[in-house]
Design a binder for this molecule. Sequence first.
Ligand code: SAH
Length: 196
Amino acid sequence: CGSEAQRDRVLSVEEWLRKWSAGATAFHKEHGHPLLQKHLDLLVNGRSGLRIFFPLCGKAVDMKWLADMGHSIVGVDVSEQALKEFFTEQSLPYCEEPVPGISGAKKLQSTSGNICLYCCSIYDLSSEIVGKFDGVWDRGALVAVNPCDRQCYVSLMSSLMEKNSSYLLITVLYDPSKHNGPPFYVPECEVKSLFG
Ligand code: SAH
């Protein structure tokens, strides 16, 4: 597939936390993602009050955008700083509580109740804990998953999807020998074999 060079590369949780505390978060965009706006219909398909999942959510402003449309948002990120910055920067009051079944995890929920962000590793989640979703917005998530964990990530995502759900995946087309990636290169053939 052309991604062999990165097969064994790993970004640890500590490295992600360090990126957040150092402000090395160029992936964060202050404005809503143009591709989400363009393809919103594919995700929503005329339905209202959907449950939408943001894996590896960071502080994506699109969570607020979709919540304001009446959808219910669930996100997960290992960085508590990212999640707290999301609520603060969006001027949303929130409360926090532990998550039964995941030791050390926290659930940060907007007071209005429609945005619920889990601070833990995504691999700690299951449909028993977060339920199932009508839609998934995957921007900067599959491409941030360590290559060795991709299969596990995709199996988990499948287990979190309702029957008639849609999954929007942002991929980036580039020459992996010229660019270091965002942060990992996921070739198209691998996207196809993973999600087949
Ligand atoms: N989707 C966001 C953030 C992308 S960067 C955006 O588009 O802006 C990837 C994010 O994944 C980082 O915020 C990092 O802290 C988080 N992350 C990395 N490994 C994780 C894991 N195993 N579980 C949950 N979050 C993780």
